[in-house]
Write a protein that binds this ligand. Structure first.
Ligand SMILES: [Zn+2]
Length: 399
């Protein structure tokens, strides 16, 4: 097994699942188990690293002074859907292209996951079926560590100054909190938290959420005629006023959606939470206006009820930043081309920590990791794609 892969497996065996019920920073103290390990390993490489009071690891390997400083960041925590405790990574040095048997009757094969067929004859790391793998994003962490290790072991090779940031709590949306641009010190950066090695993700959704409250009029159903206004029916009717084509299950690519995430209520009072998503800023604003219009319409239809909407923005499409400052995307395109890889640009149908970093003055597109099927027991790492990504990131910071 290569040193890079060994390092990856060591990281996934450390439980770092974040906790969405916690208000502390980082949300789970166990996330620091990996952060501290990284500080230690960086120290052993001779790279000064600090773990700050918010659980963020910052490190820097000085390079050529006349070149822009390039940042690399990834997250140490793992997703909440499946346990990240007692991960037993199963390394298959040469995958035979068949069914991979796991514990508890689970298995994975190219019939379920066609992409697996690409990896016949090459190495895979899979779970034992009882946990997730945590390639999201320990593959990103391991790629960054391999890059640093490369330049530390090859002092004769010139490189950009490499600024490193490892964040906790990405999976609960709190990764970009406490971002210290000055401490990071990068002119532009790359988040290593995607999947496919040829994907340069430079667009994400504009995101907001809407909370809609429905106050109805409750009365004994036996004497309700002409009096009752049922809040649950108001909620259903409200949803019917939104564009029926803008739903997650009906959209892809650049198409936006409104997603009812949660509904609670009684006949007297109900509430609905929606996620509002669109890559296009104007369409995004139009969607938000539709919520306001639908609220007005409901209050017009039911003067005895009361419907109220509160809309809050969550994050913005980083494309807006790259249109102003294209250095990071341009640099990636040039390096991929030099390596003979045709970079694909696809919009992320979600968010990325890099979006926040971008709006805070550090343009940060998202690159791949070679790990797939994130957030579940079928997560796997392709050794070939992981090695390709290490090669790409080494080339990205090469002078
Ligand atoms: Zn991730």
């Amino acid at each position: 097994m290569t040193k890079e892969l060994e390092r990856f497996i060591r990281y996934v065996e450390i439980d770092t699942q974040s906790d969405d019920k916690s208000d502390s920073t980082p949300s789970a103290a166990k996330e620091l188990d990996l952060s501290r390990e990284l500080v230690k390993e960086l120290g052993e490489m001779g790279i000064a690293a600090t773990l700050d009071e918010y659980g963020r690891v910052y490190a820097k390997l000085e390079g050529e002074k006349d070149l822009p400083a390039i940042g690399l960041n990834s997250h140490v925590d793992t997703a909440l859907e499946v346990s990240g405790a007692n991960v037993k990574a199963n390394y298959i040095p040469s995958y035979d292209g068949g069914t991979i048997k796991m514990k508890d009757g689970y298995s994975m094969s190219p019939a379920d996951f066609p992409r697996l067929a690409n990896y016949k004859g090459s190495g895979l790391v899979v779970t034992d079926g009882t946990t997730l793998l945590g390639g999201d994003d320990k593959a990103g962490v391991a790629i960054i560590m391999a890059t640093l290790d490369h330049y530390v072991s090859h002092p004769e090779e010139k490189h950009h100054t490499i600024c490193v940031l490892f964040t906790p709590d990405e999976e609960i949306g709190r990764g970009p909190e406490h971002f210290d641009k000055k401490k990071f010190g990068a002119d532009f950066a790359y988040t290593i938290d995607g999947a496919d090695p040829d994907l340069v993700e430079d667009e994400n959704f504009n995101a907001a959420h809407a909370d809609v409250e429905f106050a109805g009029v409750a009365i004994h159903p036996g004497e309700a005629k002409g009096k009752m206004v049922n809040a649950l029916r108001l909620a259903a009717e409200f949803d019917g006023l939104l564009d029926p084509s803008e739903r997650p299950e009906l959209t892809a690519g650049y198409e936006g959606f409104n997603h009812p995430l949660q509904m609670e209520g009684t006949a007297e009072h109900a509430s609905l939470r929606y996620l509002i998503r669109n890559h296009d800023a104007a369409a995004f604003e139009r969607q938000k206006r539709e919520f306001v219009d639908a609220t007005k319409e409901m209050n017009r239809r039911y003067p005895r009820a009361h419907v109220k909407v509160t809309i809050a923005d969550d994050y913005r499409n980083m494309k807006e930043v790259f249109d102003r400052d294209p250095r990071a995307v341009k640099h990636a395109d040039e390096v991929y081309e030099k390596l003979g890889i045709k970079a694909r640009h696809e919009p992320i149908r979600g968010g990325t920590d890099g979006a926040t970093f971008s709006f805070l003055g550090c343009p940060t597109p998202n690159l791949g990791t070679g790990s797939y099927n994130h957030h579940g027991r079928f997560e796997y790492l392709s050794e070939k794609d992981f090695e390709t990504m290490i090669g790409i990131v080494i080339a990205l910071v090469r002078a």
